[in-house]
Design a binder for this molecule. Structure first.
Ligand SMILES: *Cc1c(COP(=O)(O)O)cnc(C)c1O
Length: 374
């Protein structure tokens, strides 16, 4: 039997990527921005909702950074961020010289907890500063509690940056993730559900915001014949070559979501039979996850490590859940609101191989490891 490495999540190709890259090369459009970029943006707009405006950028991280800039986040401002996330959600707060304030997860979607969010907002206001923005994340593709979180944000008039890096194709009440925030962001990094090798996008419902994002992303050039700048600029635009990959990838987005959801059904059946494993599933029919990654909770950290090592010995990649930001050496000095929900998830949780190209043979190998251990 083939014993090659089974990965957590790697890209698959539609075969059309080459066509769009070749066209860019033939036309000598080896540029940042360009026709592939415009077309990729239109396709994303068509997919997410025609009333939206999408700016294609060179990473999800730069999209979050520009989102904060567009929302007016400046030095010493405070920005609330879900603690249970990947560091790229929080780093751009520091790029602005602002202060991250971390909030715990709730147990049902593992995303930002409404109660603790409101406690945090009230306490920060009491201490003298109203947070400038809230970064909420659809972690592993699972939508956060959109209605509850947005109701609180609206009540205190704080805009939400919706980190949808892992959730392209996920929906809440039938509406696509990425479309809920004052600004939404996507990532097309190599491990995401579609990839442009590196890339990201900023989503808003205003053409003005899109245009301003592109202005900042292309060095903030004023209208003049010479290079004239009245604002700080960034080199964050997507390359025309990468966008060619993106157009090719859009052709298999639906298939990828289908494959990931099939992986989900496979794991649901496999772990459904095992008593001491809790399988992470949609909360109810309002939630539609793309199941970018499938995840489980074991009874203890020790059990989690036993399974992870057993997988590794069989050349199968798995990984503990993302370590919460408030526990990271680099971020632990910043304020945190909550108890130990995210911490417990981190201790007991494991991400399972969930690639769009997971084959039947791979599933047999995964099943063997699990059945041997439990
Ligand atoms: C991948 C990811 C990002 C960053 O995207 P890049 O394109 O890698 O810069 C941000 N937030 C989350 C939750 C992610 O998983």
């Amino acid at each position: 039997m083939d014993n090659s490495r089974i990965y957590l999540s790697i890209g698959v190709q539609s075969g059309f990527e080459k066509e769009y890259i070749s066209k860019a090369l033939e036309d000598n459009r080896i540029t940042s921005g360009g026709p592939n970029v415009d077309n990729f943006e239109s396709e994303l707009q068509g997919y997410l909702g025609e009333n939206l405006f999408v700016a294609a950028l060179n990473s999800g991280t730069s999209a979050i950074h520009l989102a904060l800039i567009l929302l007016g986040v400046k030095k010493d401002d405070e920005v609330i961020c879900q603690t249970m996330t990947f560091s790229a959600s929080a780093n751009p707060i520091l790029y602005q010289g602002a202060i991250p304030v971390f909030v715990d997860s709730e147990k049902e979607t593992w995303n930002i907890c409404p109660e603790n969010l409101e406690i945090a907002i009230k306490d920060r206001i009491k201490k003298g500063k109203k947070p400038k923005a809230i970064i909420a994340v659809h972690l592993y593709g699972m939508p956060y509690k959109v209605d509850e979180i947005h109701a609180i944000a609206d009540k205190y008039e704080i805009p939400i940056v919706e980190d949808s890096a892992e959730a392209l194709g996920s929906c809440y009440k039938g509406k696509k993730c990425g479309s809920f925030g004052a600004i939404g962001i996507l990532s097309f990094n190599g491990n995401k559900i579609i990839t442009t090798s590196s890339g990201g996008a900023l989503i808003s419902n205003s053409k003005e915001i899109k245009d301003k994002a592109i202005f900042y992303a292309t060095q903030s050039k004023d209208k003049a014949v010479h290079y004239q700048h009245s604002e700080i600029g960034y080199n964050y635009r997507m390359s025309n070559i990468c966008a060619g990959i993106g157009i090719g990838q859009m052709k298999i987005l639906k298939n990828n979501i289908g494959s990931r959801r099939n992986n989900h059904l496979f794991y649901k059946e496999l772990f459904g039979k095992i008593q001491n494993v809790e399988f992470f599933d949609n909360l109810n029919e309002d939630y539609f996850s793309n199941y970018w990654l499938n995840t489980i909770l074991l009874e203890s950290e020790e059990q989690r490590e036993n399974l992870r090592i057993a997988f590794d010995n069989a050349n199968i990649e798995s990984r503990p859940l993302w370590k919460p930001m408030h526990l990271q050496p680099f971020f632990e000095k910043y304020p945190y609101y909550g108890s130990n929900i995210a911490e417990e998830l981190f201790k007991k949780g494991l991400c399972l191989p969930s690639g769009s190209n997971l084959k039947n043979e791979d599933k047999i190998r995964i099943k063997e490891v699990v059945e041997l251990l439990f």
